[in-house]
Design a protein around this ligand. Structure first.
Ligand SMILES: O=C(O)CCC(=O)C(=O)O
Length: 216
């Protein structure tokens, strides 16, 4: 009988606790894969990926765009959320329904049932691109978690503590994985070291990451 159930009801994909308030939902984005990849192409025709500049003048190796009511931007004047894409002067593309569905269901599963994101930063890593350890702290209300979706080439996720020099744990992030961190983990330092070269069957020679935030 148990064999029959195994055939009819697929086992839940593994869930991993990264820290108090932080979970890794393996494969949670797979049912949304096609919708998300199609939507990213549409978003990028209106608000193309670009390499932004940090306040210190460093050109980021990760290419970024946004959708939603607000988009995360950086330039020589600082980091901020902006309702307009500074390159087009127009509002960022609307957040697609599939993005919202995934972000809300992942947050709910991780223990944040009230999360309603208004910003989605889309990161594109090509081989060699990296995001150094940082905190997400430009958002208005830290009661909202961060929901972070991985597609394409695998990466290592560095998940540290509340201080930059705290020990860092490493998690392998694969196509379809979703990491959620909030509550006592909301301001943990995190980052992604240099992406290794490779070719992903669906996404190609890159990794895409969607990071949902409650920004406004
Ligand atoms: O690419 C990732 O997995 C993390 C992205 C990230 O840390 C960020 O956008 O703040």
């Amino acid at each position: 009988m148990s064999d029959l159930f195994d055939l009819i009801i697929p086992p839940n994909p593994p869930r991993e606790v990264m820290a108090d308030g932080a979970m890794l939902l393996r494969g949670a984005a797979l049912p949304y894969e096609t919708d998300i990849l199609t939507a990213i192409q549409t978003i990028a025709t209106r608000s193309p990926f670009r390499h932004m500049v940090t306040p210190g003048g460093y050109v980021m190796s990760v290419a970024m765009t946004n959708c939603g009511a607000a988009g995360w931007v950086t330039d020589r004047t600082g980091y901020r959320y902006d309702a307009l894409d500074p390159e087009s002067g127009q509002p960022w593309p609307v957040m697609p329904a599939s993005f919202l569905d995934l972000a809300v269901s992942a947050a709910t599963e991780a223990g944040y049932p009230d999360f309603m994101p208004d910003a989605c930063l889309i990161n594109r890593y090509e081989p060699g691109a990296r995001l150094s350890l940082h905190q997400d702290k430009n958002e208005r209300d830290f009661a909202n978690p961060i929901v972070s979706v991985s597609l394409g080439l695998p990466a290592t996720f560095q998940f540290g503590g509340l201080k930059r020099n705290d020990p860092v744990r490493k998690f392998a992030l694969r196509h379809g994985d979703v990491a959620v961190w909030g509550g006592p983990s909301r301001l943990r330092y995190h980052g992604v070291p240099k992406l290794k070269d490779g070719e992903h069957g669906t996404v190609g020679r890159m990794r895409l990451n969607l990071t949902f935030r409650g920004a406004l």
